[in-house]
Design a protein around this ligand. Structure first.
Ligand SMILES: [Zn+2]
Length: 402
């Protein structure tokens, strides 16, 4: 304990010393901050309104064109895609209709009636994530009505579809509403390289993603020939300032950020581990009542249950964990259904009840949850035919709570 405190003080001292010595020029620092800002606004925010976590492709893009495609449009799309996938280290191919599965549909339309999120839109990119926040499918709708802005539209939507749902305002980017560029900017190219660096994991939250982004940017600059010793520490202040910024946004009611802070403090991601503070943020997210935060609140309820179950940020208390698991399980949270099933099976935090165990484990197993299926298989021999029948009946009657 004392050793850890001493170590913390030594680390703070090191930071202070770095602060005093003018190792890098203000211009370099500014450059790194611009790259960080571009990545933050484009990859980790959706429309500047919703905090998101990292999403990216992990498989080759299999592109299909449809609609009113002329050769020249197809060429622009493929030229852009060639450049983007090269930076990202992704492969792509064109899959004509009837010649195998595609996962990246590029559709040209000519309409005055295109909308996105209830607003009139020039062009639209829809993306669909599979498990682990990895993209499974994208659908781009490119509108010929955009006329001379069609090139901008194509680059802009392709960039969205590769993992950038945001529209930066403070940075010159093809995603910006302010600059209507036809091509990626230097900051965009860096963002793309950062997102697809293996250090940035799909599903990463903002704070750890930004800490990793800083490392990647610094390494890229050093690889470009920037001086190692001076460049190594650039952008640290920007990343440090994100924790208080995130806290103030969470405090104003952003439930996704409340949840992210809950996880960050509980497990010491980017911030110093502080499970009590972590649990306080998770409880706050778990209590969110607005429909748009429903999924987030459900995940937070499961994590509060987990904190009680393992005794993190609070005393270990299985009986306190079960109602949290049940609240999330009732809404369809898979892991909570499994935890609840196991609690009933073993009589942990709740009276032993093999029929309820059977019910929850079969509901979880229906979602192709292999672990739940294994538990279910091990439970079944201990049950009578009538108990299994009753467990099945309850599982069939179950519907997610509204
Ligand atoms: Zn857009």
């Amino acid at each position: 304990m004392h050793f850890r405190r001493w170590w913390g003080a030594a680390a703070m001292l090191a930071v202070a010393v770095v602060g005093y010595v003018p190792v890098a020029s203000a211009a370099d620092e500014k450059q790194v901050e611009q790259y960080l800002q571009a990545f933050y606004e484009s990859a980790l925010w959706h429309d500047g309104r919703n905090a998101v976590w990292v999403r990216k492709w992990a498989q080759p893009l299999r592109v299909r064109f449809s609609g009113l495609t002329a050769e020249k449009h197809r060429t622009i799309v493929l030229d852009r895609l060639a450049e983007m996938t090269q930076i990202a280290g992704l492969e792509y191919s064109v899959v004509p209709s009837g010649e195998g599965e595609m996962n990246f549909l590029v559709e040209f339309v000519d309409t005055a009636g295109l909308t996105a999120n209830g607003r009139a839109a020039g062009c639209v990119a829809h993306t669909y994530s599979g498990p682990g926040n990895v993209y499974a499918y994208a659908h781009l709708v490119l509108n010929l009505r955009m006329g001379h802005e069609l090139n901008h539209c194509i680059t802009h939507e392709l960039f969205h579809a590769l993992g950038f749902p945001g529209h930066p305002h403070a940075v010159d980017s093809v995603l910006s509403y302010v600059y209507r560029r036809a091509d990626m900017t230097d900051a965009d190219r860096m963002s793309l390289a950062v997102l697809y660096d293996p250090r940035i994991s799909a599903g990463a939250f903002q704070l750890p993603a930004m800490a990793a982004a800083r490392d990647v940017i610094v390494d890229k600059l050093i690889a470009r020939g920037e001086p190692v010793a001076e460049t190594r520490d650039l952008g640290r202040k920007f990343v440090r300032n994100l924790a208080p910024l995130t806290t103030s946004l969470a405090d104003k009611g952003d439930v996704a950020l409340q949840y992210q802070l809950g996880i960050a403090y509980t497990f010491g991601q980017t911030v110093e581990a502080d499970p009590v503070t972590g649990l306080a943020w998770l409880r706050r997210a778990a209590a969110a009542a607005e429909p748009r935060w429903r999924t987030m609140a459900m995940q937070a309820q499961a994590m509060v249950g987990h904190a009680y179950m393992i005794g993190r940020g609070t005393a270990r208390d299985a009986a306190a964990a079960v109602p949290w698991y049940r609240q999330a399980a009732d809404q369809g949270h898979l892991m909570s259904q499994q935890m609840l099933g196991v609690a009933y099976r073993d009589g942990v935090g709740v009276g032993r009840d093999p029929v309820e165990a059977y019910k929850w484990l079969s509901i979880a197993a229906q979602h192709k949850d292999r672990e739940a299926a294994t538990y279910l298989a091990s439970l079944t021999p201990a049950l009578s035919a009538a108990e299994i029948e009753e467990g099945r009946r309850r599982a069939m009657a179950w519907k997610p709570a509204e």
